[in-house]
Design a binder for this molecule. Structure first.
Ligand SMILES: [Fe+2]
Length: 398
């Protein structure tokens, strides 16, 4: 197996990601890949899919691609929670697969990644999940093949997984080198049939991840290059709006999502993601929708960085240079235009582009600052400024 030309032609170092094949129809080789990843002989695989799998137009192509594989299907519906990943890991322990294959959006792939680790963990309960999220996941898990069917999270390329501890109002992250999938198949045909609102949210997640990784104080030049590569791929589909993408747009979207994953795998995300977590937990906003709401204003905030509040050791000039490069990559003249375009994009998808959080704004900001993603922001986040930023998020951006 090898990286195909569309990835290699970016010129980026691909050594740190999963073994990746990309191209229309590549899911037909999933069974051969599973056998290779699992070791000698026909693969015994646990196929993890989302609740909508049975309705997707490409369902039969996935199953045909896995013909010859000894297969059990596990449905993981909704966002991963401590309880849901424990249940999935228990399923894996019973079935004893040689490989876990996650086919779906970021939630499905993250659930598969968590189950692969937890299936090999002595204690298997929600307390152990929370402890692993706090301490980090060491050791080896079962190998995972990630096959994304949404163009957003880049979960196939990251050594971490998001778990929503909804009962306690916290977003957790399970992290460790073993979380990185062994292999990924990027088949743009699998983006067909994605509902419009979900497509829009995924695209805004890609947009936020590309920008945030590019300007993250925890990043490097490679992360910045991957982030900007994601934005360059996204530019065309973003301009076209949240309508069903054609073949060329699907290819651009799946590459954009993957590049954004490669970028955040190095650099992490920053303030938009930190602010998004309480918005998702409290108001149920889809992840990319929640990230997109503050993107233009956070960009403007970061662009106005000074020597006194710069958190990036490379200095404020670098922060301004990279924010301008991000704007140029998506073809926006400035932060206000970026905000207007995101708002128009949300409106076209039928998602609210203006949200007033009222008296809760202060505690949303306090919650956001408690996530370590906020510490990656290149300009130190001032709570008072963030309250004003979030308050202004429902007003026209001047
Ligand atoms: Fe994200």
């Amino acid at each position: 197996m090898q990286e195909n030309g569309s990835l290699a032609s970016t010129g980026h170092c691909l050594a740190s990601g999963p073994a990746t094949v990309a191209g229309a129809g590549e899911v037909s080789g999933a069974g051969r890949l599973a056998a290779r990843v699992a070791g000698a002989g026909p693969a015994r695989a646990l196929l993890v899919v989302g609740g909508g799998f049975a309705r997707r137009p490409w369902r039969s192509r996935v199953l045909e691609g896995l013909a010859g594989t000894s297969l059990e299907v596990a449905v993981h519906d909704g966002a991963p929670t401590p309880g849901s990943v424990v249940a999935l890991a228990a399923h894996a322990r019973r079935y004893r697969p040689g490989v876990i294959i996650g086919v779906g959006g970021g939630s499905v792939i993250d659930a598969a990644k968590c189950a692969a680790i937890l299936a090999q963990t002595p204690a298997l309960d929600t307390g152990a999940v929370r402890r692993l999220c706090a301490d980090g996941a060491g050791g080896q898990g079962l190998p995972v093949i990630a096959i994304p069917t949404t163009p957003g999270t880049g979960a196939e390329a990251t050594p971490f997984a998001t778990i929503w501890d909804t009962g306690r109002g916290r977003k957790l992250s399970l992290r460790g080198a073993a979380l990185l999938p062994a292999a990924a198949i990027l088949d743009p045909d699998l983006l067909a049939g994605l509902p419009g609102a979900q497509l829009a949210s995924c695209m805004l997640d890609t947009l936020a991840q590309g920008m945030e990784a590019a300007w993250s104080a925890a990043g490097d030049d490679t992360a910045s290059a991957f982030g900007q590569a994601a934005l360059a791929e996204l530019r065309g589909p973003l301009g076209a709006g949240p309508r069903p993408p054609g073949a060329a747009e699907r290819r651009a979207l799946i590459l954009a999502g993957h590049y954004s994953g490669r970028a955040i795998a190095i650099a992490g995300t920053t303030l938009c993601h930190a602010l998004s977590y309480p918005l998702t937990l409290r108001y149920g906003l889809a992840h990319g929708h929640a990230c997109g709401l503050t993107l233009g204003r956070v960009l403007a905030y970061n662009r106005a960085v000074s020597g006194g509040d710069c958190a990036d050791p490379r200095g404020p000039a670098r922060v301004r240079q990279v924010t301008d490069a991000c704007l140029a990559a998506v073809g926006a003249a400035g932060p206000a235009e970026l905000s207007r375009r995101v708002a128009g994009f949300l409106a076209a998808a039928g998602l609210p582009a203006s949200t007033d959080f009222g008296a809760a704004t202060g505690s949303i900001v306090a919650d956001a600052l408690s996530y370590d993603r906020a510490g990656n922001n290149p300009r130190r986040p001032d709570p008072g400024v963030l309250v004003r930023l979030l308050t202004a998020a429902h007003e026209p951006h001047q």
